[in-house]
Write a protein that binds this ligand. Structure first.
Ligand code: ADP
Ligand code: MG
Ligand code: MG
Length: 193
């Protein structure tokens, strides 16, 4: 699947809408196993992204860079640099391809490199790791997204604030996994992707 400047902007605006709608829910997920700010962090970031993308980027690379910079400078916390890295890696990759699968693979590799989390550590990586191959296979569905997010519930956190709780992190969905789920849902809902 080919990504264009238009589909990138539509995808990001849909993601921003979902984050805004679920801002409180994302922060509520972050309350028992974190510091209760994930929804507010992401909403601040995605509002900045929306504002920047109101001026249509000249090409995919500048679009990704603009998104990355907006996230890095406004989200804060652990998730800001991680989402920022995902979009920076897509910016780099977009110099040689506009294939969505290759771009997503670069984003996932960037998140893993930046945060050092592996599948099973109860982070956003769990969602990306399960869903990037589904996108590639053309098999991404709403159910698979929900299942990937829900799978973090029974995991013990090994990275980020939730890891301070050890075993007590079990029984709670990871907030960054939920927000990443919205990113994939927004993709699924973008016509042409
Ligand atoms: P903070 O924990 O600094 O308040 P947020 O609440 O915005 O930041 O984001 C928390 C989310 O970031 C977690 O739910 C998790 O998905 C993700 N996260 C934290 N550390 C890592 C890491 N090392 N690798 C991948 N994801 C991480
Ligand atoms: Mg937090
Ligand atoms: Mg915080």
């Amino acid at each position: 699947m080919t990504l264009t400047v238009d589909t990138l902007c539509t995808w990001m605006n849909k993601f921003a809408d979902k984050v805004e709608t679920n801002r409180q829910h994302l922060s509520d997920l972050d309350t028992p196993i974190g510091d209760g700010d994930h929804g507010f962090n992401m909403d601040r970031g995605m509002k900045a992204v929306e504002e920047k993308l109101a001026t249509k980027p000249a090409d995919l690379t500048s679009g990704f860079k603009t998104i990355a910079m907006a996230l890095i400078s406004t989200v804060g916390g652990a998730s800001g640099p991680l989402y920022g890295t995902a979009f920076l890696e897509m910016a780099k990759k977009s110099a040689s391809t506009d294939d969505l699968n290759e771009l997503l693979e670069a984003a996932l590799a960037g998140i893993e490199m930046r945060g050092g989390a592996k599948p099973g550590d109860k982070t956003m990586v769990d969602v990306w790791d399960k869903l990037v191959p589904e996108v590639k296979a053309g098999n991404l569905t709403e159910d698979k997204i929900k299942a990937a997010v829900l799978a973090t519930k029974d995991m013990v956190a090994h990275k980020g604030r939730a890891s301070y709780l050890g075993e007590r992190s079990k029984g709670h969905i990871d907030p960054g996994a939920e927000s990443s789920g919205y990113l994939f849902e927004a993709m699924l809902e973008t016509e042409g992707l």
